[in-house]
Design a protein around this ligand. Sequence first.
Ligand SMILES: Cc1cc2nc3c(=O)[nH]c(=O)nc-3n(C[C@H](O)[C@H](O)[C@H](O)COP(=O)(O)OP(=O)(O)OC[C@H]3O[C@@H](n4cnc5c(N)ncnc54)[C@H](O)[C@@H]3O)c2cc1C
Length: 371
Amino acid sequence: MVEPLSFSSAGLRGRLFENEPMARHVSWRAGGAAERAYAPADLQDLAAFLRALPSAEPVCFVGLGSNLLVRDGGLRGTAVLLHSPHAAIESGQSGEAGSLRAAAGAACPKLARIAANRGLEGAEFLAGIPGTVGGALAMNAGCYGSQTWEFVRDVTTIDRRGVLRERTPAAFEIGYRHVALRAAARLGEDEWFVAARFVFPAGDGARARRRIRELLARRVATQPLALPNAGSVFRNPPGDHAARLIEACGLKGHSIGGARVSEKHANFIVNPERRALAADIEALIVLVRDAVQRRFGVALVPEVRIVGDAVHGAGVDAVHGAGVDAARGAGVDAARGAGVDAAHGAGVKAARGAGGDPAAGAEQAGERSGE
Ligand SMILES: Cc1cc2nc3c(=O)[nH]c(=O)nc-3n(C[C@H](O)[C@H](O)[C@H](O)COP(=O)(O)OP(=O)(O)OC[C@H]3O[C@@H](n4cnc5c(N)ncnc54)[C@H](O)[C@@H]3O)c2cc1C
């Protein structure tokens, strides 16, 4: 049980939820509840909320939940729900041409559109990533040859005491879908992104808007966007594509419970009837990983972050030990000590505020095979 929070005495203005079903906040539309969830009113309110939390409380920041699976036993501690359709994206005020400052809760497709409308080029790839700026920073999200951190000039972070810090990319270890703080503080456990300043090259806005349309059309043609999913489940192994290996194992269409390997894109797992347990999805991840390992000797590493507690006896021995990016910090017990690299988070539906349901819009598409 989380400690009760003296909400009114802290003067908080955001929305507090107890036992909040995280299926409402993740694009897979599956999984357990967070003991507590908080949607801050603004940055000052977020700082006050973090200060009011018991110091040992696990905290899991959630953007649009488009890369997140919360196990069925739920998330201990607090999920901070950061996405907001009103999150600001404005000129970077650095005097530097092409500079845009975006709040972490802003949706990536919105950043792509604003950049194009200001005659900048380079941000188009973000139009197809159905997450927030904060999630893109945490994941170093990318596709079609571009990655988020290529364009980051500096970021603002917040810690548990509500202290804000400006940090440059040099403060981080940045790789393929990997970002960590070089400092002692742990990104995602003690410190989180609240904003970033990007610099995009000046270019032709009309050409950027055309490219956005082309990239989105490509996603619609190749990804199962009409069904709940979390994008590509596995990272691409060096020199190959996870989707190719999975398809070659004959796993397209393979199901466990309500979860199915997409027939349209083998690196996607879909929840077609919205009845999948998180345990079904995780069991399918394990099955796919093991099949590819047996057949090709390639150890696929999940890209999706898996957090929270399994329901005892649910039968998933899961991604432990699989190098899964999972579960540090957020009340998660899975994956600790298992070569895991991440896992803060809980979520929101992909691309809410970025165009609606992940199922519904090209804006929400997102493909890593385009990388
Ligand atoms: C249809 C579809 C297509 C996709 N295509 C792509 C693609 O082409 N390329 C790609 O890279 N990804 C893709 N994805 C995955 C996903 O959209 C990205 O990983 C995205 O960056 C996640 O952002 P989010 O806001 O949804 O993060 P969430 O899923 O909410 O969280 C992901 C992780 O980031 C952490 N986090 C979130 N916000 C913060 C913060 N403010 N500070 C610190 N940590 C934070 C969370 O704790 C969690 O560990 C796709 C997903 C879908 C559903």
